[in-house]
Design a protein around this ligand. Structure first.
Ligand code: HAM
Length: 433
């Protein structure tokens, strides 16, 4: 027995179908907003993350899967996809013609050495978008709405959208100074993590989940008192627009997020299942002013977010948001006698090439067990071929719902099937084209 690596999980069978469904829906939504797919490598040189995600973020300090390769280069399995996506835009010279914004979406695995728990894995999948080369707060709104609408299309109701603005550079410098002054009085009584945050990333203290620290945080200086005129104006535009468009949101002035590259608006989508389960944020993101330049691109801004696919699927399962229709196959082919397997096999190939989902019994079974098998596979029709049928180039086609059986010539089969499946396609949108 070999164990699966701690913090990773298999996605197989029905579960995999759910992942594909969720990913495909998100991709389709992104396409309707004009985003194009980017597939960047899972490994990047470590420097990319050291620069972009910020050396003081928890991810960089504690959670990266970093190793030396055989050429003694420091390689990191990506902990997120934003940095790699922007690196690709720089390397592929997408900024050269200044046809902004560049709109990217992506899906794929990420790696973080976190403590595994419900909704938290060491290898997990994200869907995300980046809109790069933006000047208008309406691009931030577009990104927020894309995520919100996608969640609605997946079936989520009562999503909580939390937003905050981290202002511009001056805002954060002034605010950090105020925080330092405030927390210097309390830091000795705060948790060890906060003691560390006090020195390296003071904003993250606001995120602390320890009860005593939450009390202290209640009276801390508030960022809204440090916004510049422009930061305040953009945030007002965003809030007004969301209100006018009936998108409910909460302002959480302690929302700072785990990555260091944000400025301006940041946001998170949260959801609690009907049984009260919450696996952490479904997704989050925000605006970034300096990231593109830090990665070697021009001095332009961007906005993006990412969803955690594991959390989406888990909550959709908990709240029965997946359509529970059992999977069917179109046809189950039953050779009566080994000598007829070859002709049945050829027929299966022919039908598959014409778009039908087909299973075939190649195990030399009696008729009874073959029907049992067809039933377990949820086959809609059975095809039976014995010696007489093989000789006459006919077959028996049985409707497994009505139990009606007809004899059909090989040459007529496709027309008959296309007719029958064409009819039920009108009723339940059959997948056969
Ligand atoms: P993030 O908040 O670190 O942002 O991750 C986004 C989402 O990924 C989270 O809300 C969560 O659903 C999921 N996630 C994160 N860590 C785990 C984990 N260990 N196990 C399962 N799911 C997890 C980013 O990654 C940014 N790159 C988002 C962004 C794009 N910002 C701007 N553009």
């Amino acid at each position: 027995m070999f164990n699966i690596v701690k913090g990773t999980h298999d996605v197989i069978l029905n579960e995999a179908t759910k992942y594909t469904y969720v990913e495909n829906l998100l991709e389709r939504v992104a396409e309707t907003y004009g985003f194009k797919e980017f597939r960047t490598p899972i490994m990047e040189y470590s420097e990319l993350f050291l620069r972009s995600t910020g050396e003081s973020s928890d991810i960089v300090r504690k959670e990266m899967y970093t190793f030396q390769d055989k050429g003694d280069r420091s390689i990191t399995l990506r902990p997120e996809i934003t940095a790699g996506t922007i690196r690709s835009m720089v390397n592929e010279k997408l900024f050269a013609n200044q046809d902004y914004p560049i709109k990217a979406y992506y899906v794929g695995p990420n790696f973080r050495y976190e403590r595994p728990q419900q909704g938290r894995y060491r290898q997990f999948n994200q869907f995300g978008i980046e809109c790069v080369g933006v000047t208008s707060p309406f691009r931030d709104i577009e990104a927020i709405m894309l995520g919100y609408n996608a969640l609605k299309l997946l079936g989520f109701k009562n999503i909580t959208l939390q937003i905050n603005s981290l202002g511009d550079k001056q805002t954060r410098e002034d605010y950090q100074k105020a925080l330092r002054e405030y927390y210097s009085k309390y830091v000795d009584e705060m948790c060890d993590d906060c003691k560390e945050r006090f020195n390296i990333n003071i904003l993250r203290i606001l995120d602390c989940k320890v009860e005593h620290d939450i009390e202290i945080n209640k009276n801390s200086p508030k960022i809204e008192d440090y916004y510049s005129g422009e930061a305040r104006r953009d945030f007002e535009i965003i809030k007004d627009f969301l209100t006018d468009n009936g998108i409910p949101f909460e302002i959480n002035s302690n929302l700072v997020r785990g990555l260091d590259y944000y400025s301006g608006v940041v946001f998170e989508y949260r959801y609690t299942s009907s049984q009260g389960k919450d696996y952490g944020a479904l997704g989050g993101g925000g605006h970034y002013n300096n990231l593109v330049k830090e990665i070697g691109g021009p001095d332009i801004e961007g906005v993006g977010f990412a969803f955690g696919i594991e959390r989406l699927v888990k909550l959709m399962e908990d709240d029965s948001l997946f359509n529970n229709e059992e999977e069917t196959i179109d046809l189950y082919i039953m050779p009566i006698g080994m000598q007829n397997q070859k002709i049945c096999f050829e027929l299966a190939t022919f039908l598959r090439n014409n778009g039908y989902s087909v299973d075939i019994c190649l195990e030399n079974k009696a008729i009874g067990p073959m029907f049992k098998k067809a039933e377990r596979r949820n086959a809609l029709y059975a095809i039976l071929i014995g010696d007489d049928e093989a000789k006459n180039k006919t077959l028996n086609l049985k409707n497994l719902t009505s139990q009606e059986q007809i004899t059909v010539k090989f040459d007529d089969l496709l027309t008959i099937l296309d007719d029958m499946f064409g009819e039920c396609e009108d009723e339940h949108d059959h997948h056969h084209e």
